[in-house]
Design a protein. Structure first.
Length: 129
């Protein structure tokens, strides 16, 4: 199964770009992530969960036991993604950080992206090890 590590990380990284940027261009999705429980943030996290499920199904062997693992990994990604984004938005609001008003906005965005990447490494580790 270790031969799946690189393809899984690649699939999840591409999935992340697609779900976090092109599929999040609707203001309803990105403006409401800082309100806990708002449908916009939940939909964005759901898009990530679905994308993770699809990415893992493409790469993982088609064996019955992997389907349960894939569903658990996708659900975990959605829940974790939601909370990372919610926290980033809350901190941006609390500290009044914006892309043109503070360099700390970009540090926080980088931390957000780092945490998402570490989530994918944890998912791959859980699936392969």
């Amino acid at each position: 199964m270790t031969d799946l590590i690189l393809p899984l990380i690649l699939a999840l990284t591409v999935k992340h770009f697609i779900c976090d940027f092109p599929l999040q261009m609707d203001p309803w999705l990105y403006r409401n992530k800082g309100t806990y429980g708002h449908l916009g943030g939940l939909c964005h996290a759901g898009i990530h969960a679905e994308g993770t499920c699809l990415a893992l199904l493409v790469v993982m062997p088609k064996v019955p036991e992997s389907v349960g693992q894939i569903l658990c990994a996708a659900l975990a990604d959605g829940v974790i993604h939601y909370h990372i984004d919610w926290l980033k938005m809350r901190l941006n609001a609390r500290w009044q950080l914006g892309p043109t008003t503070s360099e700390w906005f970009w540090v926080l965005l980088g931390a957000d992206q780092l945490l998402h990447g570490l989530t994918y490494i944890a998912i791959v580790w859980a699936l392969v090890v």
